[in-house]
Design a protein around this ligand. Structure first.
Ligand code: NAD
Ligand code: DAU
Length: 352
């Protein structure tokens, strides 16, 4: 495969995936297609934007006419689909936006691929999904690839629907596909609305840390660059028509994670131990808040010999350092006016 369309490549995970593929596979042409919503940001990719095998296209996955033109023009033979609305709290406030992008957008993209590829079997539609489609665990058990879907939030319902459509198109129209369902990612370039980057940013500004409910919910955290290597392994070596769960066996109760983060921040900022944790405030719980996620990654580990590369402590420390060294990124993102900033810094490269 030579021309790979990565959707959502200007977002958090997408930018790491794009960088990984552009640098590791100079023989591929990597097309980064992104609508640049509030979550998409070309500042995430300035280090690779002039590479000869990289093309950025500002487009909405729902615009099927434009996407069809892109398939034709670039002779797309592989898709890695990450574009989505990704924040659970936003999905609770505005579910329709999630239906539009995550469900309608995915089906629209599948339709274009179906028309352009016809019966070809040397192509691939890879959907990057979430462990939240499996619902919520209590204290025991894990999510396996065979676990029944039981999505609980508008976000996870929209991702579950898109997973079903990918499989349905594979079954009905014989589009070669692969799917992965990953646990919570963390690392550089994470939008400061999600727990870890929000709390780092709030600690830097001495603002309250709003812990939902009692802080007892459990998430299974994975270093974002390890997600990118897992996607690479699955894209190239995973079996067609299969699903792979991705996770690093790294469960943390929210409050324990927040206390660890506070302690790292105190050290990095040279503040007395215990300073940051005074900012913790317990607030009203997220409606329908899933209690626990935990991935069993045995299939990925045994079939594809993929393993995470860092411990959580290493990854979290590196993440904190990145945010401390990239305060301008955080401020620009939070100002909501990053396009203006980007153009002033790097010129008008928004549409190539
Ligand atoms: P993100 O919100 O940081 O980025 C999403 C990207 O998609 C943005 O660049 C945005 O501009 C783009 N986008 C949104 N709507 C679009 C549209 N209509 N057309 C084109 N582009 C559009 O999200 P993320 O956290 O990087 O997640 C990426 C993918 O990985 C999502 O599909 C998400 O469901 C999945 N995922 C995320 C996590 C996680 O922990 N963040 C874990 C597992 C799976
Ligand atoms: O599991 C994978 C999913 O992880 C992805 O599919 C989603 O795209 C991604 O956003 C993430 O969803 P979560 O809801 O788990 O992530 P978030 O960072 O929003 O919240 C993590 C936990 O922290 C969750 O239990 C809610 C809690 N939380 C979150 C925020 C933003 C708080 O206690 N306070 C907060 O302010």
């Amino acid at each position: 495969m030579k021309n790979i369309l990565i959707t959502g490549g200007a977002g958090f995970i997408g930018s790491h995936v794009v960088r990984h593929f552009v640098n590791k596979y100079p023989e591929y042409r990597i097309l980064n297609l992104d609508k640049l919503t509030y979550a998409g940001n070309l500042m995430n990719l300035t280090d690779i934007e002039n590479k000869p095998n990289y093309v950025f296209i500002k487009e909405d996955i729902c615009n099927s006419e434009a996407i069809a033109g892109i398939f034709e023009q670039y002779e797309v033979d592989g898709v890695i689909h990450l574009a989505a609305e990704s924040h659970v709290d936003r999905s609770i406030m505005n579910p329709m936006e999630f239906v539009q992008t995550n469900v309608v957008g995915t089906v629209s993209l599948l339709n274009v691929a179906k028309s352009y590829w016809g019966k070809r079997q040397d192509v691939l539609f890879y959907h990057v999904s979430t462990d939240e489609v499996y619902g919520s665990l209590d204290e025991g058990g894990f999510f396996y690839e065979t676990t029944s879907y039981d999505p609980q939030s508008p976000y996870s319902a929209s991702k579950a629907a898109s997973d079903h459509f990918v499989r349905a198109y594979g079954n009905t129209y014989h589009i070669p596909f692969k799917l992965s369902n990953c646990s919570n990612n963390y690392g550089p370039n994470h939008f400061p609305e999600k727990l870890i980057p929000l709390f780092i940013s709030n600690i830097m500004e001495n603002k309250p840390l709003p812990v939902y409910g009692k802080g007892e919910n459990v998430r299974d955290w994975l270093w974002v660059k390890d997600h990118a290597t897992a996607i690479d392994a699955i894209f190239h070596r995973g079996r067609v028509g299969e699903t792979y769960n991705i996770g690093g066996k790294n469960e943390w109760k929210n409050i324990d994670l927040v206390l660890l983060l506070c302690s790292i921040m105190d050290k990095k900022l040279g503040r007395p131990e215990g300073t940051s944790e005074k900012l913790i405030q317990y607030v009203t719980d997220r409606p329908g808040h899933d209690l626990r996620y935990a991935i069993d990654p045995t299939k990925l580990e045994t079939e594809l010999d993929w393993h995470p590369s860092v411990t959580f402590e290493q990854g979290l420390e590196e993440t904190v350092e990145w945010y401390l060294n990239n305060k301008e990124w955080v401020d620009t993102i939070k100002s909501g006016n990053y396009l203006h900033y980007y153009e002033a810094q790097y010129g008008s490269r928004i549409e190539k």
